[in-house]
Design a protein around this ligand. Structure first.
Ligand SMILES: [Zn+2]
Length: 210
């Protein structure tokens, strides 16, 4: 079985994919982890990818897909998250899978409205000293703006600033809507309400995969 988790930043798809992969004894593949692993292992594809990364260039889709499909031929169940991100990648992935007689069985779209994504991300605060992470609404520190462990000032990461989050959401919708349409057309897509607790979302994703 090959399944893909889609969802906006902050939807928790990485966490969900990791937990579900363990439960289902599936291989969890994310393009970032895969690139790092192949590079570290010094495989031929890893060396090619490292060349692009060292030059500060994007690793071409074709190379990432070749790596992914290679892994997919070795596992029975695969959960992908964070890839494909664009329609071009989705189409190229289908071509690569078909070559090996493989196909995608299910796409789960973890649906979280923009306002909720903004609330989740812009509320995050972290301690630069010890790395502890808080949230102004969901996991507030005992004293506002101070780390529970060392009393130091909490900061908001650049990625979590409102204007950055809004930009990421705009990019996400521009790239993902064509993907959602593509997979809907193929009858593979199931929406899951991502606004509930991680445990409830996990149960729903699991049911949608069955
Ligand atoms: Zn701290």
């Amino acid at each position: 079985m090959i399944a893909i988790l889609l969802g906006p930043p902050g939807a928790g798809k990485g966490t969900q994919a990791k937990r579900l992969a363990q439960k289902m004894q599936a291989l969890h593949l994310s393009s970032g982890d895969l690139l790092r692993a192949e590079k570290a292992a010094g495989t031929e594809l890893g060396k090619q990818a490292a060349g692009y990364m060292d030059r500060g260039e994007l690793v071409p889709d074709s190379l990432i897909i070749e790596m992914m499909v290679g892994k997919m031929t070795q596992a029975k169940s695969i959960l992908l998250d964070g890839f494909p991100r664009t329609l071009a990648q989705a189409e190229a992935l289908d071509v690569g899978l078909t070559k090996h007689g493989l196909k995608i069985h299910r796409i789960i779209n973890i649906d979280v409205p923009d306002v909720e994504v903004e609330r989740r991300m812009t509320g995050r605060r972290s301690c630069a000293a010890c790395g502890a992470v808080y949230h102004v609404d969901f996991a507030p520190p005992k004293t506002a703006g101070k780390c529970d462990k060392d009393g130091l000032d909490l900061v908001q990461r650049n990625d979590d600033k409102p204007e950055v989050v809004r930009k990421r959401l705009i990019t996400y919708h521009q790239q993902t809507q064509p993907l959602v349409d593509y997979y809907s057309k193929h009858g593979l897509l199931k929406d899951v309400d991502g606004t509930q607790s991680p445990e409830k979302v996990e149960t729903k994703v699991e049911a949608a995969l069955a």
